[in-house]
Design a protein around this ligand. Structure first.
Ligand code: DX5
Ligand code: ZN
Length: 220
């Protein structure tokens, strides 16, 4: 896994044209994307349904990029093995989901993937503290999970990014700090200034008139 100080841009396939998954995955890479972010939604943990392991497998076949799978599902403990098998490189689960978080994180690593833990805007950072030394990535959701194209929630989420950075330094850890939702060439600067290094962006990249220009602007 790359150094947690490096800026990583992760286009979210949620905002792509799903009927052209191979072209869209390659477009994300050719225009400078580092990772590909895949938002899995079960219609229960969030009020939307996206795709499952079979679609992740299709993306895996179409690109060699690092697949950053974000499970917005109620039972990540039950389903993560299928995403590992489908070719995920990182699997992020939600601290709010109904599972034994430590057990799930250990299981993801045993399956050969990096593991991430996410919290939604309404969840207190304290819920993450018991797991900070067991993760490769900490995802601070900057919108309420479920849909792309929402507005960046600065006041509710940037203090958590700051706290994640402070704790990483205090404890001598090296997890990535990722933000996801409403990230564009403006809000990326706010997120970076607070300590985030992995920037997930769907709408602002796949809908951009010039995806390469948008990605390089996100790196500044
Ligand atoms: C929310 C999803 C979105 C998606 C990117 O559940 O996780 O955040 O990845 O959304 P936008 O279009 O806001 O970049
Ligand atoms: Zn996501």
């Amino acid at each position: 896994m790359k150094d947690c100080k490096q800026r990583i841009i992760a286009p979210s396939i949620l905002a792509a044209d799903w009927s052209r998954v191979a072209e869209e995955s390659n477009r994300a890479k050719e225009t400078g994307g580092d990772w590909l972010h895949l938002d899995v939604m079960d219609g229960h943990f969030v009020d939307n349904i996206s795709f499952g392991p079979t679609y992740v497998e299709a993306v895996r076949k179409s690109t060699d990029q690092y697949l950053d799978v974000h499970l917005m599902i109620t039972r990540p403990d039950h389903f993560f093995p299928r995403f590992a098998k489908a070719g995920a490189d990182n699997i992020t689960v939600h601290v709010e989901s109904d599972h034994d978080v430590a057990e799930t994180l250990a299981g993801i690593r045993e399956a050969g993937c990096h593991c991430g833990l996410a919290l939604s805007p309404d969840t207190d950072f304290d819920d993450m503290r018991p797991f900070l030394d067991q993760i490769d990535l900490l995802l601070v959701m900057t919108v309420r999970p479920g849909y792309g194209g929402q507005a960046f929630m600065e006041s509710e989420t940037m203090p958590k990014v700051q706290e994640a950075l402070a704790e990483r330094e205090r404890l001598g850890l090296s997890y990535h700090i990722e933000v996801d939702g409403g990230i564009d060439t403006k809000t990326v600067k706010i997120a970076a200034a607070n300590g985030a290094n992995v920037m997930v962006a769907g709408t602002s990249l796949f809908a951009a008139p010039d995806m390469a220009a948008a990605i390089s602007e996100m790196r500044e």
